[in-house]
Design a protein around this ligand. Structure first.
Ligand code: SIN
Length: 474
């Protein structure tokens, strides 16, 4: 599989060094993309800037038609997009195809939401004025996306940006850029005008570094680590670039004594093991009240043992390989540290084989806050379960982190659930629900988990500026 960059409708990068993309399950090279750098960033910025005025001048209805065509193309090609995704980053195929459908839902939803960027008429304080708030697209947007959701993170950014009238430069992760390559082909097939969407691959520091310097790019929307997010905040200062940042998570999952255990076990499995534990909103710390602790651990561990690990192209497989050696090493380090400090492995706890980057889905009990796994985001299939006595204790532990992306709460008691959630400092809460994400609702974090929201009405506000217009009637 070979994908090139697309800039102003042209294929670019044939003559450049090519990056090999490795299947983490087999170590085989599955494709290549060009190693672009500053020069390609410059070309893409110019193309997106030149295309902006014409795209912004279209009606929201015209832009919606392009987005709907693209939605249809994603759904028509979901098997092939899913297959490429699985080959390049190891996501189990059923989940990869599911991600394509999820990705398409952002395009479809924002095609319509673009028609509802209303602005406002505000009552004036004097009779001879009319006061209005108009909404304008922010301009050229750079969308920088991670390897773990190679398509949905693109459409969650690109969908609202295009609907609002912005033009876009996409920069996918060098670990999974092939899905983005096929997505770009579908964008061209949908007939978007040249330069409205551009794809640049290669060195993140060089490409994003150049994008940050250039004041023609008015907004950067990024999903990735908190460490890189902080660097981008610093880089954005020079030209006051607008930022949306979806950064790290370290999600607590709280199960109270009165929880429905079937629901709690299913929710914990859904949240923890999606994408082999490699999502920002994965439950990373499980706190269970003492009255049901033992029973929860037993039933949860049984459900985890039933997960199928193996070749991600097999539609029966639930757990695939980790993305790279670093990811695997982190998982091993977290388990060793916890066990060394007194935690017990209930199920799993071992690497599988020696070549692919597989690790058994694992449950560990009797963990506490001294263990690294309760302090750092694991990004792997390890579920640590800590016993807590009271709701207050669960809240204290849950909030004792610099992250604030997602949290999960399992209780059947309405009042307890509401009081608990009010105290949790997290941007997303799943209450008796391990899979809360959807196109029509805001996704994003508090504290060091980010700035702004993607998805829902908030997700398109991120791509428009308010322009206040005061009209004198003389
Ligand atoms: C993420 O891990 O950042 C995306 C997960 C989601 O959209 O649910």
């Amino acid at each position: 599989m070979k994908y090139l960059m697309t800039i102003n409708g042209e294929s670019v990068g044939e003559d450049l060094e090519q990056i090999e993309i490795i299947n983490p399950g087999t170590n085989e090279v599955v494709g290549t993309v060009p190693k672009g750098a500053e020069a390609e960033a410059d070309l893409a910025i110019k193309a997106a800037h030149d295309a902006f005025e014409e795209w912004a001048d279209l009606t929201a209805y015209d832009r919606a038609n392009y987005l709907k065509k693209l939605t249809d193309l994603l759904i028509e090609n979901k098997e092939e997009l899913g297959r490429i995704m699985t080959l390049e980053m190891g996501k189990p195929i059923t989940q990869s195809i599911g991600e394509v459908v999820y990705a398409a839902s952002f395009l479809e939803w924002y095609a319509e939401e673009g028609k509802r960027i209303y602005g406002q008429t505000v009552p004036a304080h004097v009779p001879n004025k009319r006061m209005q708030v108009w909404k304008k697209p922010v301009g050229v947007v750079a969308a920088v996306t991670p390897w773990n959701f190679p398509l949905a993170m693109l459409t969650r950014k690109v969908g609202p940006a295009l609907a609002a009238g912005c033009t876009v430069i996409m920069k996918p992760s060098s670990e999974s850029p092939l899905t983005a390559g096929m997505f770009m082909d579908l964008i061209s097939e949908a007939g978007f005008p040249k330069g409205v969407v551009n794809l640049v691959t290669g060195s993140s520091s060089k490409i994003v570094g150049r994008i940050m310097e250039d004041d023609r790019v008015r907004k950067l929307t990024f999903t990735g680590s908190t460490e890189v997010g902080k660097l981008l905040i610093k880089q954005s200062a020079d030209n006051v670039k607008l930022l949306s940042l979806e950064l790290g998570g370290h999600a607590p999952l709280i199960v109270l004594d009165d929880a429905n255990l079937d629901v709690a076990v299913k929710g914990a499995v859904d949240s923890k093991f999606r994408n082999t534990g490699q999502t920002c909103v994965c439950a990373n710390r499980i706190y269970v009240q003492s009255g049901i602790y033992d029973e929860f651990v037993e039933r949860f561990s049984k459900a985890v043992q039933a997960l199928n690990v193996g070749d991600s192209l097999d539609s029966e497989v639930d757990i695939g390989p980790l993305i790279n050696e670093d990811g695997l090493e982190k998982v091993i380090r977290h388990v060793e540290d916890a066990v060394g400090k007194g935690a017990g492995v209930v199920s799993g706890g071992n690497r599988i084989g020696k070549s692919g980057l597989y690790y058994e889905p694992t449950v560990i009990r009797d963990v506490d806050k001294s263990m690294v796994i309760m302090q750092e985001e694991t990004f792997g299939p390890i579920a640590p379960v800590q016993k807590v006595e009271t709701i207050e204790e669960a809240i204290k532990f849950a909030n004792s982190t610099e992250y604030g992306l997602a949290a999960y709460v399992f209780t059947e008691n309405l009042a307890q659930g509401m009081k608990l959630i009010e105290k949790l400092d997290f941007g997303i809460v799943g209450w008796n629900d391990g899979a809360p994400s959807a196109a029509q609702v805001p996704f994003g974090g508090m504290k060091e988990s980010g700035i702004g929201r993607e998805g829902g009405a908030e997700g398109i506000e991120a791509f428009v500026e308010s322009q206040y217009v005061s009209i004198g009637l003389n």
